[in-house]
Every structure is written in structure tokens, then in C-alpha cells.
Design a protein around this ligand. Sequence first.
Ligand code: C5P
Length: 206
Amino acid sequence: MIIAIDGPAASGKGTIARRLAQHLNLPHLDTGLLYRATARALLEQGHDLSDRAAAIASARGLALTDFDEAALRGRGMGEAASIVAAIPEVRVALVEMQRGFALRPGGAVLDGRDIGTVICPEARPKIFVTASVEARATRRALELKSRGEKVDYAAVLEDIRTRDARDSGRAAAPLKVAGDAVVLDTTKLDVEAAFKAALAIVEATL
Ligand code: C5P
């Protein structure tokens, strides 16, 4: 069983994917971390985010281990990730790693932007998790605050709008709902209700 969870920033897809994986005892890959790690490696080596050749080399050199999740989830890294994620060769460099993970015997849960459309078109079920931009900004602001970052709601809202536009508007694997995905709107759902709704979608495909 390959479960594909896609959706925009702070929609709740990561939490849902993690909860489903725990519940079903499946491995989980947050594919956003791959793009975040690519951007971070680039910046750490002193390159600019607009340096395409360096971004491609950074993606090609990435290993699935040694992710410093706390550093990768900070404000600014999501934005940086979305800049390198628009480079087609960066995406190509990360495909094999994601497909390899998805094809593990026993199945897997992957979350991202293009899992159901590009990485695992054969996944079933595909869930597209979304929520209003205001609800997503509120969640992201709370998350950043809980990690000790100083947050300004208006700036977080602006970040999310910019990221939505870039992720949906890019030519390479844009964020969009796969034709056979079930859309789950979490605007009015708490974590528990969102998880239960996602689990019901999974169980309906068994
Ligand atoms: O999901 P997360 O916010 O960690 O993703 C960071 C960025 O990485 C996204 O805004 C998107 O540009 C990119 N991404 C992607 N494809 C994926 C996962 C993430 O393009 N499968």
C-alpha cells in the first residue's frame, strides 16, 4: 500500500501522514525535507539560492539520513526550499530516492506536493489535504512560536501566499490535485478529526 498525501504549506498533511504511518505501521517520508535539505546545503556552502548548478549538485549529493529536522523546519527554509524545488533538474535528482522509499515491501506513506501526480501515480489512496490560507497561517505561526521563534502573523500569511503561488505556478510538477485524489479540507478540523477523516479515506480503499 502506497499512501500519497499532497497539499499546500501548513495544510496539516505532514501531521496526517505521520499519524497514518504510525497507525498503519508503515514507514513515512516527508518529502519537503529533501527540498529543505537541498536548500540548506546550498546556503551552508555559501551559494546563492539562484545558483542553479550548485542547487542541482546539492540535490544530487543528498542522502536520506542525517536530516537536522529542527533546523530544516525554521522559518525561511520553506521559502528557500520552494525556490530550489522549481528547478526541474533538482526534482529529477530527488525522484529515485522517493520512488525507492515508496516501493519498500509492505508499503509507505509519503507526503509532499507531487506524490500523487508525479512520484507515485499508482499510489492508492491519494489524499489532497487543504485548508484556508488564514487557517494555515495561524497553524504555521503557532508551530513556529512553539519552537521559540519570534512570529508575526502577517508575515507568516504573506510567506504562505508567496509559497502557494510559486508551488502552484511552477512548470515542473506544480502543486495540483491528482484526478483520482480525495480532497480533505481541514479548515474546521482539529488534528484528531483530520486524522480520523484521513483514516476513513484509507479504509475505504482497502
Ligand atoms: O512541505 P514543506 O513545506 O516542507 O515543503 C517545502 C517546499 O518544498 C514546498 O514549498 C515545495 O516548494 C517543495 N516541495 C516540492 N515537492 C514536494 C515536497 C516539497 O516541491 N514533494
